[in-house]
Design a protein around this ligand. Structure first.
Ligand SMILES: Nc1ncnc2c1ncn2[C@@H]1O[C@H](COP(=O)(O)OP(=O)(O)O)[C@@H](O)[C@H]1O
Ligand SMILES: [Mg+2]
Length: 295
């Protein structure tokens, strides 16, 4: 089953992994692949250092949903602003809502209540694919790195344990069911075939099992050095060092792929390091490399 096939029904695809491994790039490439297969996609970034727009070559979103291609939108969303929006929805009197949001109690609640900010991100994601203000069929969530990514997935369960009832409790219950259901929610771990990143990916698999009782659907190994040709041409003068570096990096990649393979027998997709600057051309190249992958 290829990737687009594998993800044809899910309404939420959560992409996580160590910082800097290419999560945002892969999220957009995946989103773009699903859009090419006819799904309406919103790629959601939560990193306050907004970078999705550079990859999509759009203006910074400032929190708005921005069109990035046919059936494809992107948005950078901050948990704090989602929480504020929820207050404004519940408290219809605008002046009162503004006072609540500005109050120290709200400040403490938003900053301190465990799982609340993470829950807000998931609430927002779910609303993008359900209900009156629906904007797509699937959200690809460029989630925070490793531990925080797992906290995001664990948040609904955590909140239901603290707040069982009322609108927040109900929302949390719905989201806990969504996160637990592999038919509706996919988890993708992105890694590089490098020691630290693979170590984190292996730990992440264990954390997911412990905290959300689920497996990732896919491990995507990004940024691989391509294998050297069997009989490489003689390097031009001065380029021997570069060739040796390439060979050494590829050998390290292969060692780490093996280590990952020993710990993870499930679906794995590999993407090479592509010599293209961050931007739409890189995303398009990765998307076309993803076509047919994921068996
Ligand atoms: N397969 C790839 N080939 C070449 N460059 C890549 C690839 N994947 C990611 N990059 C580059 O690596 C950098 C980090 O990627 P990014 O998606 O921002 O990582 P993260 O979101 O995990 O921090 C970016 O400059 C991006 O253009
Ligand atoms: Mg990122």
């Amino acid at each position: 089953m290829d990737l687009a096939q594998r993800l044809r029904r899910q309404e939420l695809v959560v992409v996580t992994g160590k910082g800097g491994v290419g999560k945002t790039t892969v999220s957009l490439a995946l989103g773009s692949l699903l859009a090419a297969h006819g799904r309406r996609v919103v790629v959601l970034e939560t990193d306050p250092r907004e970078s999705l727009h550079q990859l999509a070559d759009t203006a910074p979103s400032g929190g708005e949903i921005v069109r990035a291609g046919p059936r494809l939108s992107i948005q950078n969303v901050q948990p704090r602003s989602v929480l504020e929006e929820l207050v404004h929805e519940r408290v219809r009197i605008a002046a009162l809502a503004r006072r609540i949001v500005a109050s120290p109690i709200f400040e403490n609640f938003a900053a301190g209540a465990p799982g609340l900010k993470e829950l807000a991100v998931l609430v927002h994601a779910r609303r993008l694919v359900h209900g009156k203000r629906r904007r797509g069929d699937v959200v690809v969530l460029d989630a925070p790195a490793t531990g925080h990514g797992v906290s995001l997935l664990a948040a609904p369960q955590l909140v239901t344990e603290v707040i069982g009832r009322g609108p927040v409790g109900e929302m949390a219950q719905e989201l806990a069911a969504l996160v637990a259901d592999p038919e509706r929610c996919a988890v993708v771990i992105v890694t590089l075939a490098e020691e630290m990143a693979v170590q984190e990916a292996i730990e992440l698999i264990a954390l997911l099992r412990q905290r959300v009782a689920r497996r990732p659907d896919l491990i995507l190994v990004n940024g691989l050095y391509p294998p050297l040709p069997d009989r490489p041409p003689a390097p031009p003068p001065g380029a021997r060092g570069a060739m040796e570096l390439w060979a050494a990096r590829r050998a390290a990649n292969e060692r780490e792929l093996e280590r990952l393979g020993a710990a993870w027998k499930g679906a794995r997709v590999e993407l090479p390091l592509v010599p293209i600057e961050r931007g739409p051309a890189l995303v398009a190249a990765l998307r076309s490399l993803l076509v047919g992958e994921g068996a």
